[in-house]
Ligand binder design. Structure first.
Ligand code: WTA
Length: 655
């Protein structure tokens, strides 16, 4: 969907450059001595013990960064700003979905709240290294809970509140979480929807694919948000407002090893089982803080910063919570959807709070485009001085629309490439330095080493497509997959094992000016509105339905969501009546929703007599993708039965 217009470039505005945090010499400094550069970046943070070595890569691919250094992540994100005399600054402007429901929290207040929550969690007997699952909408308490965990060295696992009880249970079991923090419900498009009920189902095993109750969980802490009725398990459940507020605001944070695991975040891989990506403390926070300062040009005490991502995804972790708070930012946190009560909501918030930095996703920009330019035009958005994009390649048309309609035609756009696994931004322009091209993420950040290679690990020539690899370790890199180090090595490090490259799973190319273009996934991972979902995850949900014998899922181009999920299924028995077939298709959509999440529901499901397979029985997804994207033909000569595609076209039932 990207038209690669190589001619038009946008040079940084000299006035922006003059005041920018990052200058061109940042590239020189990193190029001269990469490890000395990262050593210097780590000094952005408060450490209680200094490290003896910047990087220990002797146990590759498991890195240790800032070896022996000790710090407390919550102290760095909260206390030190209060100690520096900035306790009165707003940390979070929280805005609820219902209008007029808002709350400002200063850094001093945040310190008290985080301390109270930490005191409560330690009163449960939790100790550093224990895991806590968090299943919550964007409430202030989600920030408080994450930071309280960080303060105690508890490893949190935030599960997106749009995931199903089944997905929640899978993640709770995998991490053996002792506590689940949730809310009674959440507001969605003006209506309260239950959430705690889903936790109850997940834990009891009701309607989920797990045996018995979740044994690891001892406590469920519930934030009262909607007032919906909830069922209660005495001895296990506690209301946040009955146990946290009376705790002391005094809490002395302990320093933890730089490599102490800060959080797990589950993400889709190429198999059905999600991977618990492990991130640690010192290296993660260093790169988070460094990138936020330089890529977003953030100035504490001046900027109003809004990252629109939900906390259930990595962007919400790094650029919603840890990076901005480590830099003392004034953050917008909005609970609801962009069209609640109407399509003006984001622009009203920008206008009211004077947002200066706005970091969002191409899918939302394209949605704004559909709603019409007159909507942002009805608001004074002149406070915006920088725009960011993440999650998928941004098509040049959306890039220009974004700059013109939200950025006053002048704001620099930083198109940031990174992944759950990388922990922080890896490839992006520096806003006062790099000339940008709409649709290109431009170049690796100072300190980051990238290559684009062919199958033999050879660097490809300009304009040739290859695999995006990271050739040197970086501070915020994942340290493994929870409980499965073999899968970690296999997934990321086996493809180019000899060279020791990290394989990102994305295709990319350099253009003739040396700008980097990310071309999308080359594996079986789809990107739906910037959300990662694997084809096999959806396939296994579909074949979990008794009527389905086989399923093949592909990601097809979609104008708004980037990709859409398209499924082809073969049934076990005969279902002939058209009405029954449509009913079954509805059931299958519901099944995927139950197994994974409503966001994983296929856009189209087609019941087919057969799937296109090679003689060795491998499904040829490429042909299905062609069909789903409305292209005809493709080479069918390797099919075991060359007439299959015709049969699918003629006899398939689509719903
Ligand atoms: C894609 C999100 C092009 C890419 C932070 C990557 C992008 C996957 C960009 C990671 C970008 C992310 N341009 N593609 N600026 N940013 N991607 O783990 O395919 O949810 O591998 O992390 O999103 O998705 P994840």
């Amino acid at each position: 969907m990207t038209d690669h217009d190589h001619t038009q470039t946008y040079a940084p505005d000299p006035a922006f450059t003059a005041q920018a945090n990052a200058q061109a010499d940042l590239y020189d400094a990193a190029g001269a001595d990469r490890l000395a550069f990262w050593d210097e970046q780590a000094r952005r943070l408060d450490w209680s013990t200094e490290w003896s070595e910047v990087l220990d890569w002797s146990d590759a691919p498991v890195a240790k960064w800032f070896v022996g250094g000790r710090l407390n992540v919550a102290h760095n994100c909260v206390d030190r700003h209060v100690e520096a005399g900035n306790g009165d600054r707003v940390a979070i402007h929280w805005i609820g979905e219902p209008e007029d429901d808002a709350r400002d929290i200063t850094y001093a207040e945040l310190k008290d709240e985080v301390s109270r929550a930490a005191n409560y969690l330690s009163s449960l007997g939790l100790v550093a290294g224990d895991r806590v699952a968090i299943y919550m909408p964007l409430l202030p308490e989600v920030y408080i809970a994450m930071l309280a965990c960080a303060r105690l060295g508890l490893t949190h696992s935030v599960v997106f509140a749009g995931f199903s009880p089944n997905a929640l249970r899978q993640r709770i079991d995998d991490a053996e979480a002792k506590v689940v923090i949730t809310a009674d419900g959440q507001f969605r498009r003006g209506k309260p929807a239950p959430l705690k009920a889903g936790v109850d189902d997940a834990l009891s095993g009701n309607g989920v694919d797990a045996e018995g109750t979740a044994e690891s969980v001892q406590t469920v802490l519930v934030v009262r948000r909607t007032g919906l009725d909830v069922e209660w398990t005495d001895g296990r459940d506690a209301w946040w407002d009955e146990v946290v507020p009376q705790q002391s605001t005094e809490h002395t944070p302990e320093a933890f090893d730089s490599e102490h695991p800060l959080f797990l975040l589950y993400t889709s891989g190429t198999t059905g089982k999600p991977k618990g990506i492990v991130h640690t403390s010192g290296g993660y926070l260093t790169q988070a803080s460094y990138t936020h300062h330089n890529v977003f040009d953030h100035k504490p005490g001046q900027d109003v910063y809004w990252c629109t991502a939900d906390v259930g995804w990595v962007t919400g972790h790094t650029y919603g919570v840890y990076a901005p708070l480590s830099n003392g930012a004034e953050c917008i946190v909005y609970e609801g959807t962009p069209n609640s009560p109407d399509e003006h909501r984001h622009f009203q918030i920008i206008e009211k709070y004077g947002v200066t930095i706005y970091y969002s996703a191409p899918t939302l920009v394209r949605t704004f485009m559909k709603w019409g330019a007159e909507i942002p035009a009805a608001h004074d958005l002149s406070s915006i001085r920088l725009l960011g994009s993440v999650g998928e390649p941004i098509n040049p048309e959306a890039w220009r629309w974004y700059r013109d309609n939200l950025g006053g035609g002048t704001a620099p756009i930083v198109d940031t490439w990174w992944q759950t696994e990388t922990g922080a931004i890896m490839i992006s322009p520096l806003p006062g330095v790099t000339e940008t091209k709409p649709g290109s993420a431009m170049r690796p950040l100072p300190g980051i080493s990238v290559s684009i290679v062919d199958n033999e690990a050879k660097e490809v020539a300009a304009e040739e497509q290859g695999f995006l690899v990271l050739t040197e370790p970086w501070p915020s890199m994942l340290r493994g997959i929870w409980g499965d180090m073999e899968r970690y090595r296999d997934t990321y490090w086996s493809r180019f094992a000899e060279e020791g490259y990290y394989f990102a799973g994305d295709g990319a190319k350099w253009d003739s000016d040396g700008a980097l273009w990310v071309l999308g996934r080359v594996d079986d991972v789809m990107n739906i509105s910037g959300h990662r979902i694997s084809t096999s995850e959806v396939e296994s949900a579909l074949v979990g339905h008794r009527a389905v014998a086989e399923a093949a899922v592909v990601g097809a181009n979609d104008e708004t969501t980037g990709q859409a999920i398209v499924a082809y299924v073969i049934l076990r028995g005969n279902v002939d009546a058209e009405e029954d077939r449509q009913k079954l298709i509805d059931e299958l959509r519901a099944e995927v929703s139950r197994e994974i999440s409503p966001i994983a529901k296929p856009r189209d499901i087609t019941i087919v007599p057969e799937l296109p397979k090679t003689r060795s029985g491998k499904i040829m997804r490429r042909l299905l993708k062609d069909m789903a994207e409305g292209r005809d033909g493709g080479d069918t000569s390797t099919l075991s039965d060359p007439t299959i595609m015709e049969q699918i076209r003629e006899k398939g039932t689509r719903g």
